[in-house]
Design a protein around this ligand. Structure first.
Ligand SMILES: *Cc1c(COP(=O)(O)O)cnc(C)c1O
Length: 441
């Protein structure tokens, strides 16, 4: 097709690609996929409807799709050593809902980590979410040292007798102790669901404790450290099967007819590719470099006086704590970093003194920069840039009062976009970032 007739979307995609190459992405839930995963995602597989499961489809013409889905399942089961998996969830959020649908009745009690302490919306965040509305949600938190308060988990579990306890998080820098969660789940007869979306790649490589010997059900998105397509998988462990041999079938039924229609077959095939990639020794090396880079980034920040929640990290992510500079500065620092060519996200800190829209933290992680091939030397440069941006943009405190804050943010943004210091850092960032491809083994 002649270039001028192509939809403007194609030029926007080109611009987005350029943005990803020229900037440094530190959002810990993001990554870049291999050319093979990318190729499979844009294949003819998305033309096909295939509601149901292999050899039990509601549509004809699924002879090949059956084989693809079986391969994906077999590879995931082998990789994680689990007896059962469902690779059809559209993404992590519907996957969690499917697990709850399989294990609970509406109104039953769900125990999960507070959003503000690093939990996920789907772990029972009250009022505004499905999981917090359909179920009686009880939430545990972290202690002053930013680690899970297991005394509180046990106390709440004994008091509220949850049907399901969720162990998982999105902004927690430490390794999760699934064994302790299982002990508590056993004390009250609850199902233990591990949501390892963020750390799957680390679990594969032995860089993070595996939940498989402890949890009954394990959910993971496939697009974070696992480095596959946007999607999710629900695994039932040997522990889960030992407690209920029908658990796998219950999960299947919760996906379809429970919550979903036709599976996204291109995604299923791409999960099969990602699982094969994760079996390669290079993937283990990748995951090790992710945590080594996180250590280097944390050290680079700490040595420049930047504070981190919990004082550091044991995983791929960390949360910068701006509280000592001023409450609620996360929004302006995240914006300024973006102007300077580094994108991250604002985040609450455990003892938040700002607000959800004006939190005091910035969440950063190393999965994507590691996929690009960056190492400790680059992490130190990134830490230096972040420290400079923080120092440069936090000279003014956030005003009190909602209107004053919003007005301040508006003028702050207008100024930051033209700020000479930020724009000169952006050039330095671009110089370095463009030396690295988006995906490197
Ligand atoms: C990312 C994430 C999810 C949700 O996944 P989506 O694909 O964004 O719906 C659920 N739980 C945890 C712990 C996550 O990190």
């Amino acid at each position: 097709m002649p270039k001028q007739q192509r939809d403007e979307i194609f030029s926007l995609i080109e611009q987005e690609k350029q943005r990803q190459i020229e900037m440094i992405g530190l959002i810990p839930s993001e990554n870049a996929v291999s050319p093979e995963v990318s190729e499979v995602l844009s294949s003819c597989l998305s033309n096909k409807y295939s509601e149901g499961y292999s050899n039990k489809r509601y549509y004809e013409g699924n002879q090949i799709i059956d084989k693809i889905e079986q391969l994906a399942g077999e590879r995931v089961k082998k990789l994680f050593g689990v007896p059962y998996v469902n690779v059809q969830p559209y993404s992590g959020s519907p996957a969690n809902l499917a697990i709850y649908f399989a294990l609970m009745q509406p109104g039953d009690t769900l125990l999960g980590l507070k959003l503000a302490n690093g939990g996920h919306l789907t772990h029972g965040h009250p009022k505004v979410t499905g999981s917090g509305t359909f179920y009686n949600s009880v939430q545990y938190g972290v202690k002053d040292d930013a680690r899970i308060d297991f005394d509180e988990v046990r106390e709440l579990a004994k008091k509220h007798r949850p049907k399901v306890i969720v162990a998982g998080n999105t902004a927690y820098p430490f390794e999760l102790d699934f064994k302790k969660f299982r002990e508590i789940a056993d004390e009250v007869g609850a199902w233990l669901v591990a949501d390892i979306s963020h750390v799957t790649g680390l679990v594969v490589a032995g860089e993070h404790l595996s939940p498989m010997p402890y949890a009954h059900v394990v959910m993971s998105t496939t697009h974070k450290t696992f480095r596959g397509p946007r999607g999710a998988m629900i695994m039932v462990t040997h522990e889960g099967m030992a407690r209920d041999e029908k658990l796998g079938r219950k999960i299947d039924a919760a996906i379809i007819p429970g919550l979903q229609g036709g599976p996204h077959n291109a995604t299923t095939a791409a999960i099969a590719i990602a699982a094969a990639e994760a079996m390669r020794p290079e993937f283990t090396e990748y995951a090790k470099r992710v945590t080594a880079n996180a250590q280097a980034l944390a050290e680079g920040l700490l040595s420049r006086g930047v504070k981190l929640v919990g004082g550091g990290t044991e995983t791929h992510l960390m949360v910068i704590d701006l509280t000592s500079i001023g409450a609620g500065l996360g929004t302006q620092v995240a914006f300024a970093l973006d102007v300077a060519g580094i994108y991250a996200n604002r985040n609450t800190v455990p003892a938040e003194t700002g607000s959800p829209f004006f939190p005091s933290g910035i969440r950063i992680g190393t999965p994507l920069v590691t996929t690009r091939g960056m190492g400790p030397e680059e992490m130190d440069k990134i830490a230096a840039w972040i420290a400079r941006v923080i120092e440069h943009t936090t000279t003014e405190q956030l005003p009190k009062g909602k209107q004053e804050r919003n007005a301040f943010l508006k003028t702050f943004r207008a100024r930051a976009q033209k700020d000479k210091v930020l724009l000169s850092i952006r050039e330095e960032v671009k110089d370095m970032a463009t030396k690295f491809p988006l995906f490197k083994w």
